[in-house]
Design a protein around this ligand. Sequence first.
Ligand code: ADP
Ligand code: MG
Length: 632
Amino acid sequence: MAKHEFQTEVGQLLQLMTHSLYSNKEIFIRELVSNASDAIDKLEYLKLTDEKLKSIETTPQVNIKIDEEDNSITISDNGLGMNEDDLISSIGTIAKSGTKSFVEAMTGDAKKDSNLIGQFGVGFYSVFMVADKVDVISKKAGEEQAYKWSSDGSGSYDLDPVTKDESGTVIYIKLKEEEVSDYTSKSRVETIVKKYSNHIAYPIFLNYSEEVTEELSEDDKKDGKEAKKSIEKKREQINEATALWTQPKGKLKADEYNEFYKTISHDSSEPMAYVHTKAEGVSEYTTLFYIPKIAPMDMYRVDFQPGVKLYVKRVFITDDEKELLPTYLRFVKGIIDSEDLPLNVSREILQENKVMANIKQSSVKKVLGEIKKLAKDEEKYKEFTEQYNRPLKEGVYQDHVNKDAILELVRYKSTNDTENMISLASYKDRADTEQKAIFYIVGEDEKVLRNSPLMESYKKNNIEVLILDDKEIDEVITPAIGAYQDWTFKDITSCEAPKTGKTEEETKEVEETFKSIVEKIKSTLGEAVSDVKTTDRLSDSPSCVVKDPNDPMAQMAAMMKSMGQEVPESAPILEINPEHNIVKSLNGCADESTIETISWLLLDQAKMAEGMDIKDPVAFVKRLNTVMAKAL
Ligand code: ADP
Ligand code: MG
């Protein structure tokens, strides 16, 4: 016997499975049937495309056998099967990034973790919720040797060569004592299969034994003869075996769509929305897309698992093609089934194929259309936004064709609404028609942004400002948007402040009055600033820093950032508030060392108030102490 240790993560997962409080144990049937169906999908495809496997003759099917006496349930398929390596890599290790991140997210708190399982299917291993022992006997199509994998779900498993006639997989599950009545009951198993797997494309047969009592004639009864009892083996197909997406929309109920979603998605909650489309005409295809209620855990991983499966004429082709939908829609799960693509379509063909390009384009429109529908219901859309606002922002950047449509769907935090995120349409609606600009500020911390000194003049003038606190993405994407309809996006840290109603003369006068102090501050601060100016954008604060809109490096910096490069911050412009007492007094001050101290404090406090780092915190504290000592 060859003993193997489970990979650490698998061990952890199994530990959780066997001891979890997870109430919905019956889903192990859904998971195993879904694996069986996947394996048949794969073999059907190879039968059509692989010379070596063309001669294999099988009638695809799944068999479930229940045995009350043995307290076991066996699920078999005649699909592709697994060889020794496959068994080790598929069900002894966790290869998929999704499952890995699931395990990483585990806390050891059984209750929390079992909620996690609910959010995230864990496939094969779910069988250990009900099993004392599991045997997987499998033979890979085209190979001679079969293998038996066997485990009780604690630290290790055995793997040994065995004999098996047909290719495919048999999973024998010895049920735990307490599961006796549940998964060996014909009606229970039938109900579970109908509930979760009715629209698996292949027939599922239930094999069971029934005690039959002999029919006695009247005479026999009179003679007092006892009816003979015998056990008969029976076999019944218990699912519809029609791929769900091939059914007419009108015939399908929401329940059926939702359960089908669970079989393809690794998710055990219902989807947020779905859209089913049959296209006929030049190009013929069916699509069925789902938006999960909770964003897939691997959404922000480079190695995310694509959610859309490609079929050609009901034959499964691939579930590992990231280009079926644009990456910003990577949270969408579902199916594309084309009538026109060739069966032996390769990745290269897919990427250049006109038929595929056309399907992709209209799929995007369908999904965006569905999201637009969600947006009509504010409460529902809030849930959507919480999960998917960020990928949509990526879409604004990636998808030029649909940019306008996506812009309508993105939501933003705003100064005029502290509760809800708003749309650009409502921003524009509320604003003065002459404004012709959408003002925004970007940073990491919502609170800092809301209280930034730069906001003061906008507040005073009643101009709404969008708060973009997802810096990493907003900083790159927002400048690239350019405009919403004919309104330009303007970063308030680099654009002119809104007009205050001062005449040009008045402004000139202020500039004249403060000219010499401005010069002094400038020479004190040297390279730390690119300029110093008086401003009328402030009311409460003495100073603020802004980016230079004419800085030729700024454009370049934005571009470099979008390519993921580190960019040194260029020196800001320091603006001082001529109405503020500190600035007024400073203007009359003759003491050089005080001017120096205050100049630096004006710069550092402005930076801090805007959430930036200051260069020399120690020097800042020293200056502050000097000022405090004087004040006392
Ligand atoms: P998933 O189905 O999402 O890949 P599972 O944990 O359900 O995750 O299964 C892990 C892997 O084990 C599958 O990807 C497949 O390679 C293999 N596998 C499981 N069941 C079968 C089966 N009945 N026939 C062939 N391969 C199987
Ligand atoms: Mg699976």
